[in-house]
Ligand binder design. Structure first.
Ligand SMILES: Cc1cc2nc3c(=O)[nH]c(=O)nc-3n(C[C@H](O)[C@H](O)[C@H](O)COP(=O)(O)OP(=O)(O)OC[C@H]3O[C@@H](n4cnc5c(N)ncnc54)[C@H](O)[C@@H]3O)c2cc1C
Length: 305
């Protein structure tokens, strides 16, 4: 809950850029999630920084979401202010091969930009749904290529909104599906990517090839959050889940996809509790039968009821 004094300060500063009691099911690809106390879409960096300062002043927790493609929000919702950067979306080519993208740029916009200009390097990410902020935070990728291979630096705003700094790749600790070591509560506001000149046709052909492959191997027409578990060293979570016979397993409205066993889909009316129970069932069964402890890749956020 946000107290009335803090609420007034937020309203005064952000006006229509903040709303209260917002169902997160409308902001996640799983279409699941209880209400955030507040959801804000700052119009620019200045407004983002002033929002963070208000959060600091009134001791309000804040969290950031991208496009919600890797989020499981609990049914009881999220405490404090959820920040969505989708209005912060400058995209330009500051120099030879360089691509500057603010955090709110979507995967589709970035891909179109690269295709139109024949910029090669980011084709692998064309079908990874989300925003630049989410891609970088998750080190999103495919088996042989990820963000760390194409990023030169990222820009972050500190949790209290006071400082903005540029972190070069040498200072970034990218690991499998994570960027570790960011200052607590820091918000990624942009990334500078390295691409190389190619032709529109070549980039488009590669993007199409990868998108087609996804269409054949992933359930893209039904709500999901992509891979639920990280692949354990030398193996695939999907293979392990299939091997223990859980493909198609269902709890409430949540189902282990019959197309890709590492995806959990919302077949309609699924709750976070359904998904969490299914995650637990998978973990227990895989541990019992293969001795491997699966770790979740999906970010599970929100308060317990
Ligand atoms: C059908 C499907 C296929 C997918 N395929 C892949 C794949 O092949 N490879 C892959 O890696 N992922 C895949 N994913 C998962 C997802 O696309 C990626 O994790 C993506 O990076 C999520 O981006 P997002 O903007 O939606 O982030 P969100 O899901 O909104 O957030 C993810 C995390 O990033 C943090 N975050 C977001 N923005 C910021 C910011 N500006 N500053 C600080 N933290 C931030 C959030 O707090 C959260 O912890 C898939 C998902 C789906 C639904």
């Amino acid at each position: 809950m946000i107290g009335s004094v803090a609420k007034k300060a937020l309203e005064a500063d952000l006006g229509p850029a903040i709303a209260f009691d917002v169902p997160m099911s409308k902001h996640t690809s799983l279409r699941i999630g209880g209400p955030a106390d507040a959801l804000s879409l700052p119009a620019d960096r200045e407004q983002l920084r002033s929002l963070l300062q208000i959060c600091e002043q009134y001791d309000l927790p804040h969290s950031v979401i991208g496009a919600g493609f890797n989020l499981l929000v609990k049914d009881a919702g999220i405490s404090g202010v959820v920040i969505n950067l989708k209005k912060i979306r400058r995209l330009e080519q500051p120099g030879e091969g360089l691509l500057f993208a603010e955090a709110g740029i979507s995967h589709a916009t970035l891909t179109r930009f690269c295709v139109d200009r024949g910029l090669s390097g980011l084709e692998f990410a064309a079908g990874i749904p989300g925003t630049v902020g989410g891609w970088l935070r998750m080190n999103a990728g495919i088996p042989d290529r990820e963000q760390k291979d194409v990023i030169r630096e990222i820009e972050v705003v500190s949790a209290n909104g006071q400082e903005q700094s540029v972190l070069p790749i040498e200072e970034l600790d990218f690991t499998y599906r994570a960027l570790r070591g960011l200052p607590t509560g820091a918000v990624i506001v942009s990334g500078l990517f390295q691409t190389k000149a190619s032709s529109k046709e070549a980039v488009q052909t590669e993007v199409r090839r990868l998108l087609e492959r996804r269409g054949q191997t992933q359930p893209l027409d039904i709500p999901s959050c992509g891979s639920v578990f990280r692949n354990p060293e030398g193996d695939h979570a999907g293979r392990l889940i299939e091997a223990v016979g859980l493909r198609g397993e269902r709890i409430g409205g949540a189902e282990v996809s019959t197309v890709h066993a590492n995806f959990i889909t919302n077949q309609g009316g699924a709750t976070a509790e359904d998904v969490l129970a299914l995650i637990e069932r998978i973990r227990e069964r895989v541990l019992k039968e293969s001795g491997i402890e699966l770790e979740t890749e999906v970010c599970i956020v929100g308060r317990s009821s």
